[in-house]
Design a protein around this ligand. Structure first.
Ligand code: IVH
Length: 672
């Protein structure tokens, strides 16, 4: 970055913060992102850099300040502005109709309209903004008092630190309620990491969200992929705004930049609300997060007030729950699987059972302790539950059905796949053979080739199994030794499919450093961390030389991750594989994404509508271009605002491309 005065930095910082907030809003609230992750990262990087240069310009509401608070010893207790109520539940249509009947009777009206929303299975929180700034976040606790988790909630990227004011006047104070959740995919990923680290996996996304939010060190919360949906305005202090319906409240939340659930629906009758429940029950399977029912709320605030509340729940809302996804079946056998990192996992093989539309025939038993604590035996009758796409789980043993023939389970002392020695690490057993164990090799190759890693289409589980079993692959780098003829010798391949796979392998060589780091399968290094490492170190060689201290200097990397990275690059076998990969020409350098105006020279003349001259120049530079003051033959574009001066004439004379401000904005891909 070229030298920049404090004044220029101040302007640029303001522009960057507004721009980042706008993109957050587009991404999280409207679900219509305009830029890629890389472009977003670039804005953040520039902001960080400027703030590092001018630390006095840092404000707590800057997008860079989400993470960084010191760990606390315990959470302060916080009294909520108003009690955070719970909900009465209905388990069937009849109970919902009874709820409606009571309401129309009490109100003395013929009909009421409702708002129906997904009932999110997460953790309820209160968030307070004063004059548009995020000031407090707390858990529900017992409804009256919760815990002050301000710094933790602040790390959730979908929680704005500043409210939007372009459509609505910012209230003096507003307290809103929402649900913190973890997406199913993130939960599964997170559980996998826990297992790799030798820690206990968590039972469901809700527990994972709750545990993540309540970390005493907010930096740990920041590492967890949490999300939020807001669904209530609990308190509002501001002039001239009368909220007449809940539907309006939701729209206000959205206008303020607070993410609401896109599936909320206005229902004109209780029939519509019931129909909504049935629709959502079907849709549930396809959602990225867990819902356990729908919430039906009386829409009119006047009615809500008339109906009032009981001690723990409002009389104007009801949770219409879905039936539990649990079924009974028998454990036919307990086998032991070996994962990518060598961890042995007991798996129950079940007599196939239909759990709400999905046939379940296996359930993870996590580890030996889980089997012991729940006293799960081969031959037992059990209840299995399925939560979204989450791996089915044995939730309880039906002991009354025991016949005495059930067999207790114990972990094998040798790897069931390769027979190597097994060691115990905490609650887990691990095969010590590394990549010479076929199971570990197979799963490592599969991971290396997976979509978010090197993205080798056609190299999925079954093909990998074949290649390993036929000894065509003995290590990761062997993927690049494969020839079409090798593939044609296997049952799954024909001319075309073999060719496609060879092409996909070739293409994977240029996927970039971040994907390669992720693909290597370093314990604790997920996609996000891999991207951070690629950006920070720029090449695999540099990363391989990094010490734990170097790694921990990166804000989002903790001691555990640092240690596992250093250990990974100490392993002789890993170093040999990397050396081989190098020989095949796999890209190992980080290529900075080029700006949109890379290499282009701009001159501005006349008054601009959307930026000051200085801002326009900074944008050009941030996008890799140069801004010049004088028109010469080196200039690519002259941007003409209102009342242009002599530069315009000069540009015409030299035949330089002349564009207006709108065209300039278009080049940037910004829509104003
Ligand atoms: S409204 C007075 N709306 O369900 C309003 N709650 O079983 C009370 N929940 O503690 C809450 N999704 O954590 C409401 N769309 C939604 C919700 C929702 C999930 C949770 C909330 C509450 C629990 C009650």
């Amino acid at each position: 970055m070229k030298e920049i005065t404090r004044e220029e930095a101040e302007k640029r910082i303001k522009w960057l913060r507004d721009e980042i907030r706008r993109h957050n809003y587009l991404y999280y609230v409207l679900n219509k992102p305009e830029i890629s992750d890389e472009e977003y990262d670039k804005l953040m990087d520039e902001l960080r850099e400027l703030e590092e240069k001018f630390p006095e310009l840092i404000t707590p509401d800057s997008p860079t300040q989400r993470i960084g608070a010191e760990p606390s010893k315990e959470f302060r207790s916080i009294k909520h502005l108003k009690p955070m109520l719970s909900l009465d539940t209905a388990r069937n249509e009849e109970e919902v109709r009874a709820f409606h009947k009571r309401i129309v009777k009490e109100l003395g009206v013929a009909n009421v309209d409702y708002v129906a929303e997904p009932k999110l299975d997460g953790l309820s929180v209160e968030v307070i903004y004063e004059n548009g700034k995020y000031v407090l976040g707390s858990t529900r606790g017992d409804g009256i008092e919760g815990e002050d988790v301000t710094e933790n909630i602040k790390t959730i990227r979908s929680v704005p630190l500043v409210l939007r004011s372009d459509e609505i006047k910012i209230p003096k104070k507003i307290a809103v309620r929402g649900e913190v959740i973890m997406h199913i995919k993130d939960f599964e990923e997170f559980n996998k990491e826990l297992i790799e680290r030798g820690e206990e996996p968590l039972a469901n996304p809700r527990n994972a969200a709750a545990g993540s939010l309540r970390r005493l060190d907010p930096r740990e919360t920041a590492e967890r992929p949490l999300d939020i949906f807001f669904y209530e305005i609990m308190h509002y202090e501001g002039d001239d705004l009368k909220i007449e319906t809940h539907w309006e409240a939701l729209s206000i939340l959205k206008k303020l930049g607070l993410k609401i659930n896109p599936l909320v629906r206005k229902c004109e009758s209780i029939d519509e609300a019931i129909e909504y429940h049935n629709e959502m029950e079907k849709k549930r399977e396809k959602l990225e997060y867990e819902i356990d029912g729908v919430v039906i709320k009386v829409n009119k605030m006047e009615y809500q007030e008339k109906l009032g509340s009981k001690t723990r729940s409002p009389r104007w809302a009801i949770a219409y729950k879905f039936p539990p996804r649990k079924e009974e079946t028998e454990i036919v056998d307990i086998v032991v699987g070996v994962g990518r990192t060598g961890i042995l996992t007991p798996v129950a093989l079940l007599k196939p059972v239909d759990v709400k539309g999905v046939t379940v025939s296996r359930a993870t038993l996590h580890n030996e302790d889980y089997v012991r604590q729940n006293d799960i035996r081969k031959g037992d009758w059990v209840r299995v539950a399925r939560a979204g796409d989450v791996i089915p789980e044995v939730v309880e043993v039906i002991k009354e059905k025991r016949t005495g023939k059930e067999e207790e389970f114990s972990m094998p002392d040798k790897c069931p796949v390769c027979g190597s020695h097994v060691i115990k690490e905490g609650a887990y057993y691990r095969c010590t053979a590394g990549l010479s164990c076929p199971a570990q090799l197979k799963r490592s190759i599969e991971h290396f080739a997976s979509k978010n890693a090197m993205d080798i289409e056609g190299l999925g589980g079954k093909t990998v199994d074949l290649l390993v079993e036929n000894e065509l692959i003995k290590g990761i780098s062997d993927i690049y030794k494969l020839k079409k003829e090798d593939l044609l010798s296997l049952p799954r391949f024909a001319e075309k499919s073999a060719e496609n796979l060879i092409n996909a392998i070739e293409k994977s060589k240029k996927k970039g450093l971040a994907r390669l780091i992720y693909a290597l399968g370093i314990p604790n290094v997920g996609e996000h961390t891999a991207r951070l490492l690629a950006k920070k170190f720029g090449s695999l060689d540099k990363l391989m030389k990094a010490t734990e201290t170097d790694l921990m200097a990166i804000r989002e990397i903790g001691p555990e991750t640092a240690r596992s990275i250093v250990n990974f690059f100490k392993e002789k076998k890993n170093l040999e594989e990397i050396e081989e990969l190098k020989k095949f020409g796999i890209e190992m350098e980080y290529e900075r994404k080029k700006g949109k105006l890379e290499g282009k020279v701009f001159v501005f003349t006349g008054a601009l509508k959307n930026f000051t001259r200085e801002e326009a120049k900074e944008i050009v530079e941030a996008e890799g271009g140069t801004a010049s003051n004088t028109v010469s033959r080196n200039v690519d574009y002259v941007v003409v605002g209102e009342k242009p001066g002599g530069k315009y004439a000069k540009a015409k004379e030299l035949g330089i491309k002349i564009i207006n401000e709108d065209e300039f904005i278009k080049m940037l891909g910004m829509k104003e």
